[in-house]
Design a protein around this ligand. Structure first.
Ligand SMILES: *Cc1c(COP(=O)(O)O)cnc(C)c1O
Length: 226
């Protein structure tokens, strides 16, 4: 069943890429495995997937200890300061940096273990109060400058979560906003490559608007039981 889902997702990614001139190798598929058991992750691993996304520090730590070491773990959840220490040793990329405080803590903890941590800044592009992430260009600029100066941070790009809606215009606007923020930073001396945007509900649109990383859970693994 998983392999069928994977084929469908890959086909949809290819179709969405059709209009962009990019190839499937330009897109990183992060399989969001939160709440799913290690057996299912292993099944996905055996079909060739190497990038998995988790949103809880404890769950990430437990699963990464049991699973093959060549998995790239993506931390996609809201990060609390006291959890940073657990996440750093295993995370390939942290998608959810949303304050100088958290960036500073990541820098400190990465420095302590001799690692340069790859990170993304999370932007709230939907103006929904329930979402995490920075809302204004000024805030994003401020955190981006801080990250660029920090010795043990490698700021790779931006991440956003669009609202859960079927309204294509609203979704597209969120992704355009994120892309424009990246372009704006890059014209001011940054060299950001990654746009982490697109989930089960909206990844095709995100890809059309320039996503380089999509984070897909439900379409691959089915509904989650919390
Ligand atoms: C859960 C989650 C996803 C995946 O959501 P699906 O709708 O199941 O694809 C992607 N990104 C973040 C930040 C998440 O928390």
């Amino acid at each position: 069943m998983f392999s069928e889902n994977l084929n469908i997702v890959k086909k949809n990614i290819s179709d969405a890429l059709n209009q962009t001139g990019k190839s499937i190798n330009d897109i990183k598929l992060v399989a969001v495995s939160k709440t799913k058991p290690v057996e299912i992750i292993l099944e996905a691993y055996n079909l060739g997937l190497r990038d998995f996304g988790e949103n809880k520090a404890k769950e990430l730590k437990a699963k990464s200890a049991e699973l093959p070491k060549d998995i790239h773990w993506h931390f996609i959840g809201h990060l609390q300061r006291n959890k940073v220490k657990e996440v750093i040793p295993v995370a390939e990329l942290i998608h959810s940096v949303d304050s100088i405080k958290i960036a500073g803590e990541i820098n400190k903890r990465a420095n302590a273990i001799g690692k340069v941590q790859k990170i993304l800044i999370e932007v709230n592009t939907s103006e929904e109060e329930t979402k995490f992430g920075l809302s204004t260009v000024e805030q994003v600029n401020e955190v981006a400058h801080f990250c660029n100066e920090a010795s043990n941070l490698n700021l790779c790009g931006l991440m956003t979560m669009a609202p859960f809606t079927g309204n294509e215009k609203i979704l597209r606007n969120c992704f355009i906003k994120l892309r424009e923020m990246k372009e704006n930073l890059n014209s001011n001396g940054f060299n950001l490559k990654e746009l982490s945007m697109g989930m089960t509900n909206d990844y095709e649109i995100a890809i059309e608007e320039g996503a380089t990383i999509v984070r897909i859970g439900t379409a691959l693994f089915g509904k989650r039981n919390y």
